[in-house]
Design a binder for this molecule. Structure first.
Ligand code: C2E
Ligand code: MG
Ligand code: MG
Length: 659
């Protein structure tokens, strides 16, 4: 629409101007004709009146026409001074066209080359046909007025035409007045007509302009982010396509703000909006003219950076500057917001020749930046894609397993330190990849936590472990691992209660294992939940002790029953150089004071178990005593444990080595 408009408006204007010129020209012509007609009529009228006046002095006029000189008393009548109005000269011819009298007045009384008795063809013609004849004339302003008219008028008496009168009428003043009147009228009419044409024309132009502005505004809105004024995703994608077509070298930076959500949640949306605004401003300042900045949605931004040839380090520099700029605190009114950003970058054509591929590569790089911790800038590499693919299939596998309860629980025995008395089994979650290879819990549990699947997985584990353990001899307990996130979801105690009721297991046979990390987040809430859970009769173990903060305050503040010393202490136990023994000794002593049982994990050698015995550790767990086994194999481990001590090897080693 706009192109058509811009093509047509010069034509419109020229047409309009052409029309105006034609109109003025036409109006001028009409005005001139009208003016001439008025002057001619005036000349004819004046001549007629003068003729009638002359004829009224009949005797004197008869003499004059007959070529006789007028009597002295009558001469006054024909004298120039007798002339009235605009007449400045007149001539009288007889009916044959012979000049009989001439008179002038004013400044125009000098008459050259006029001789009485000369013949005038015009006068003779008028005398013959009796028709008045008027002609407009231009003078030199000296011997004749600048503008005047001559009128030949037949002079008639009752018996016919007796002569011809030629009257000279000075029209200079009249023409001037008429010109002025006509000019004013013409100008007014032109102005009115012009307005009549111009108003719709201008209105049309204004509307077209308005339409064009609206179209431009709509185009702007369609291509820009309303809040920040940056390009939006559509425009960004268009720009990428254009650069690809131009075979340009460029970088696509994806920018994701860290902690933006916190600012938005804490201070509200207006502050969040102001922050996004400020982020946009900083990004524009960093990107400069060489790049286009876009907001792709929420707290996701992007920069399209054109690269000069061989500028391999340009993209890295820009990405790092973005990270640095986002770390500088933002001052929004009274609020100081600290955020940060992760940046993922892909390069054209190195990382992809199509838009699709480049965006995927930048997205993968951003994903790697975020996984590597906040505030990082990462360039795309093929390994990221591989990692991402593995991760994706793990996520899919996890989702499938949750939906179809496609996990398994293996059970690892715990013995008293004499290695003879089977006390419990720890339920350990197992997941297999689609091809059957086992996926270690250390790999899939963090992913399940990130995907917020751990709650339902945890519930399944608890239920399944209790359902299995309820069939075991009543003196054998079951230990179930809990993820910190299960505590944070807030309904753990209800789940435990429900499972206890559902399975009918004696709560004293259930031990829940948790790690320290969870205590850091919301200690009061967790203490409240633990207190409820403990009130059911369930015991609580602190797992992997010695690897985290190992804070004393947790130990006496929280109602733990057992301390599971991490397997990493076992490796150094037989080594006289290592301080592991002393540390373990101290932990066990501490446990005694706090009335806690001590379990040692990861016991793999007889030397280790010897030391643990010497240190009076309560329970042991490890490959030396038994690997985790399937639920169906638990029975044989139990039977093994029930054999008289004399039959059992020392220490009792599991016959099954499957994990
Ligand atoms: P954890 O609770 O400390 O479990 C003990 C881990 O040590 C198990 O690894 C077990 O197989 C391994 N282990 C036992 N004895 C030995 C030994 O003598 N030497 C060595 N090197 N390792 C031994 P697994 O099954 O791979 O589990 C790893 C971790 O995954 C567990 O550590 C636990 O934190 C977590 N996990 C396992 N099952 C679950 C579950 O159902 N829920 C949650 N939230 N976490 C679980
Ligand atoms: Mg455990
Ligand atoms: Mg452990």
């Amino acid at each position: 629409m706009s192109r058509r408009f811009w093509l047509s408006w010069p034509i419109m204007i020229s047409m309009y101007l052409g029309g105006a010129v034609l109109f003025v020209w036409g109006a001028h012509g009409i005005g001139q004709n009208a003016r001439q007609a008025i002057l001619d009529r005036d000349a004819e009228f004046t001549a007629r009146e003068w003729g009638e006046h002359l004829l009224s002095s009949s005797a004197a006029f008869t003499d004059l026409i007959a070529g006789r000189p007028a009597l002295p008393e009558n001469q006054r009548l024909f004298d120039g001074r007798a002339m009235t109005g605009a007449i400045f000269r007149y001539k009288i011819f007889d009916d044959n066209g012979l000049l009989r009298h001439v008179a002038s007045r004013g400044g125009w009384d000098e008459i050259h080359g006029v001789t009485l008795g000369t013949h005038s063809a015009e006068a003779a013609e008028v005398a013959r046909n009796g028709m008045t004849r008027v002609a407009a004339r231009h003078g030199d302003g000296k011997s004749r007025p600048s503008y005047f008219a001559t009128a030949y008028m037949p002079l008639a008496r009752e018996h016919g035409i007796v002569g011809v009168l030629e009257v000279y009428i000075d029209h200079t003043e009249r023409a001037r007045i008429l010109d002025a009147v006509l000019l004013t009228a013409g100008a007014s009419v032109s102005a009115l007509t012009g307005l009549a044409f111009a108003v719709p024309g201008l209105l049309g132009l204004w509307q077209a302009r308005k339409r064009q502005q609206t179209a431009r505004r709509l185009r702007h809105v369609a291509r820009h982010d309303e809040l920040t004024g940056l390009f939006n995703r559509m425009a960004f994608v268009e720009k990428i396509d254009a650069l690809i077509r131009a075979r340009a070298e460029f970088a696509v930076h994806f920018i994701d703000l860290d902690r933006f959500k916190d600012v938005n949640d804490t201070h509200g949306h207006p502050v969040g909006d102001a922050l996004l605004h400020e982020v946009a401003r900083r990004l524009i300042a960093i990107a400069g003219d060489e790049a286009s900045v876009a907001r792709l949605g929420g707290d996701e931004f992007a920069i399209l950076q054109e690269l000069a040839a061989q500028d391999d380090r340009g993209p890295q520099r820009l990405a790092r500057r973005v990270v640095a700029a986002m770390e500088v605190p933002f001052h929004l009114g009274d609020i100081e917001a600290r955020i940060g950003a992760s940046v993922g970058t892909s390069l054209h054509p190195r990382d992809g020749e199509t838009r699709q591929r480049l965006l995927v590569a930048a997205d993968l790089a951003l994903y790697a930046a975020k996984r590597g911790g906040r505030g990082q800038a990462v360039g795309f590499e093929a390994s990221i894609e591989e990692e991402r693919r593995t991760r994706q299939s793990l996520e899919n596998r996890l989702r499938f397993a949750v939906e179809h309860e496609d996990f398994e629980l293996h059970y690892q025995p715990l013995y008293s330190t004499d290695g003879k008395t089977l006390r419990a089994f720890e339920a350990l979650l197992r997941l297999k990849a689609a091809d059957g290879t086992p996926i270690p819990p250390s790999v899939f549990i963090p992913v399940a936590e990130e995907l917020r699947l751990i709650d339902s997985i945890g519930q399944w584990v608890l239920r399944e472990a209790c359902r299995t353990a309820v069939l075991w001899p009543s003196d054998i307990s079951v230990a179930v691992n809990l993820s910190p996130l299960q505590f944070l979801s807030g309904n753990l105690s209800r789940t435990v209660q429900a499972v206890l009721e559902e399975t009918g297991i004696d709560p004293r046979r259930l031990e829940l294992e948790m790690t320290e990390s969870v205590l850091l987040e919301k200690p009061d809430e967790i203490l409240a939940q633990l207190t409820i859970i403990k009130s059911f009769g369930v015991s609580i173990a602190l797992d992997d002790f010695g690897t985290g903060y190992s804070s004393l305050s947790y130990l006496w503040r929280f109602p733990f029953d057992t301390l599971k010393v991490d397997g990493s202490f076992m490796t150094g136990l037989a080594d006289p150089e290592s301080r592991s023994r002393e540390v373990l000794d101290t932990i066990i002593a501490l446990g005694r004071v706090l009335n806690l049982h001590i379990t040692a994990e990861g016991v793999e050698t007889t030397e280790q178990i010897e030391v643990l015995r010497e240190l009076h550790c309560d329970y042991v767990q490890g490959f030396l005593l038994g690997r985790p086994v399937q639920a169906t194999d638990v029975a044989s481990v139990i039977i093994d444990g029930m054999r008289p001590a004399s039959e059992a090897p020392e220490p009792r080693l599991s016959r099954r080595k499957r994990a």
